[in-house]
Design a protein. Structure first.
Length: 277
């Protein structure tokens, strides 16, 4: 390499793009958490040396084009059916590492049945659940995970209990099922959060290798475009308003429930709405 172009000449390289990511440009909005999660997922894939054994399932949602970015075998699934498709792939190819990559609408709305029953059966798959509390791809509508008081295009005055009901904490529900072996909630908005998420994904794949059971890694994420905020504002709002309702941390480890962090009561609105008026 030309020394003039070698920016690492004389310095230690502390980061480089994983070879498991393609060179395609991401279509995600600036500040979106999807790109960060993709990178972390592919770093784990590379470091574990399982690229040729990995199969991902991407359904409908902002991540529908995930197969453009991850240099692994990928399968598309109908909206909400990713867990069912992943279960079928794993049963036919039991030695492969199989994961689904789903948003809150796909996993917790149209795909609720598939999500819950895959966990109840103890399928040996990993489900990666991106929770940004909004339908990001279709115009910022209310999602099952939209928190109370949060403004969306379909709740312009904020979500309220009497009309739209309570937010759906599906991760806590899945953690209660006997077939779920490892269930955790993480984030990806700070260096420390990235490190914790990376450990969680590696643990989940190790559990799958050992055929321990169903694994779920929720990632509480932002949606700057849908929330009508800058990325910095969105991350701050997420910490202040989403984390109390969806607290990061392990919910179930090695098949045993973890003493939960007390979530903020769902009946109390957040101090500020998610969209600007």
């Amino acid at each position: 390499m030309n020394d003039q172009l070698d920016i690492t000449n004389g310095m230690e390289c502390v980061w480089e793009k994983p070879s498991t990511l393609t060179d395609a440009r991401l279509h995600y909005c600036p500040g979106c958490g999807h790109g960060v999660v993709h990178k972390i997922l592919m770093e784990v894939t590379q470091e574990m040396g399982i690229q040729s054994e990995m199969v991902g399932v991407a359904p409908v949602g902002c991540s529908v084009f995930a197969y453009h970015y991850m240099d692994i075998d990928m399968q598309e699934a109908a909206h909400g059916r990713a867990a069912a498709v992943a279960s079928g792939i794993k049963r036919v190819l039991p030695d492969k590492y199989v994961f689904s990559y789903q948003g809150d609408g796909d996993l917790a709305a149209i795909g609720t049945g598939e999500s819950i029953h895959a966990a109840s059966r103890g399928e040996h798959i990993l489900v990666i659940f991106i929770n940004n509390a909004i339908y990001g791809m279709t115009g910022g509508q209310m999602a099952p995970t939209t928190i109370l008081g949060m403004k969306t295009s379909t709740t312009p005055e904020g979500r309220e209990v009497h009309t739209q009901g309570f937010p759906f904490n599906i991760t806590e529900l899945i953690a209660m099922l006997p077939g779920a072996y490892y269930v955790t909630r993480q984030a990806a908005h700070t260096p420390n959060a990235v490190r914790q998420l990376k450990k969680a994904l590696a643990k989940a794949f190790q559990c799958q290798k050992e055929k321990k059971g169903y694994c779920l890694v929720e990632v509480v994420s932002n949606c700057p475009s849908g929330w009508k905020m800058t990325p910095v504002e969105a991350n701050k709002w997420m910490e202040q308003n989403m984390f109390p309702v969806y607290p990061p941390g392990d919910l179930k480890v090695d098949g045993k429930l973890v003493e939960p962090k007390a979530p903020k009561p769902a009946s109390v609105p957040p101090p500020a709405p998610a969209t600007k008026t």
